[in-house]
Design a protein around this ligand. Structure first.
Ligand code: NAG
Ligand code: NAG
Length: 249
């Protein structure tokens, strides 16, 4: 009889394990290593499909309905660059390398340091404005890429009570991106004038560091809006206490 019990137990373990072979275990409050592991498993193994348990849609490629890089003012680059129905590639290869916060006190500051090999935002664009001294305009398909990116995300939270549970309502969300290099490809610039368009693409890539410097604040803001949506979604979906495991005494 014990043999049967053991084999039933064994089957149960095997079948539950087989359901979610890569399921990471919940982390203790403030356990940065575990939280980084959890996130990295999510990126590397599960970013290809949505994850209803965390209220996440597909992460790679990530649908970007709209992103606007609006660099106004007196800088050397004055552009309004609008991306619609784009895809962002690269989240599956990003890794969390540092975590602070996520303790019991949800109002303290939380921080994630992330390294990403590359981000490519690909899809329809519209651009108007000037770059350094040259006017630029166009509507077509673009690929704006960055590589070897260091990203820091910081946010704090306030408690949000709902149905007797406490959720973390994300506030003060700030993100900075530092790519080692970046590149641009805009098809169909200047109403499809190929010579002008080719020259402009070459010019943008020759000056990509300077252009990135001039547009980094608006790029950070645009990516903040995008990633804030993801982070807010996760914390709005599950009570804060249920994202973590109580430490056993
Ligand atoms: C939680 O963190 C906030 C911000 O750091 C601090 O002001 C507050 O006193 C903390 N609350 C507790 C109960 O430790
Ligand atoms: C976008 O550009 C990057 C950098 O040149 C390239 O590696 C990537 O394959 C391109 N993506 C698409 C979908 O064309």
């Amino acid at each position: 009889m014990p043999g049967i019990a053991v084999s039933i137990l064994f089957c149960l373990i095997v079948s539950t394990q087989a359901l979610f072979p890569d399921d990471p275990v919940p982390c203790k409050y403030g356990d940065g290593k575990c939280i980084a592991n959890f996130a990295n498993t999510l990126f590397s193994k599960r970013s290809g499909k949505e994850d209803p348990s965390l209220n996440l849609w597909q992460l790679d490629p990530l649908k970007v309905d709209k992103m606007v890089i609006n660099q106004a003012g007196n800088s050397a680059v004055g552009i309004k660059l609008t991306f619609t129905d784009n895809m962002l590639y690269g989240i599956k290869d990003q890794r969390v390398v540092g975590v602070k916060g996520f303790g019991k006190n949800l109002t303290e500051q939380h921080e994630l340091r992330v390294l990403a090999k590359s981000y490519s935002l690909v899809g329809p664009y519209n651009i108007q404005g000037k770059v350094l001294i040259l006017p630029i305009s166009g509507t077509g398909v673009s690929n704006m890429s960055m590589s070897n990116i260091k990203m820091i995300i910081r946010f704090s939270g306030q408690p949000l009570e709902k149905d007797g549970e406490t959720y973390l309502d994300v506030t003060n969300f700030k993100l900075t991106l530092k790519p080692a290099s970046n590149s641009y490809l805009f098809t169909n610039l200047f109403n499809g004038d190929k010579a002008l368009g080719d020259n402009m693409n070459a010019f943008l890539n020759e000056n990509s560091d300077a252009i990135y410097q001039e547009t980094s604040q608006s790029t950070d803001r645009a990516f903040s809006d995008l990633f804030l949506g993801l982070v807010k979604g996760v914390f709005a979906h599950r009570p804060y206490a249920k994202l973590f495991m109580e430490e056993k005494l």
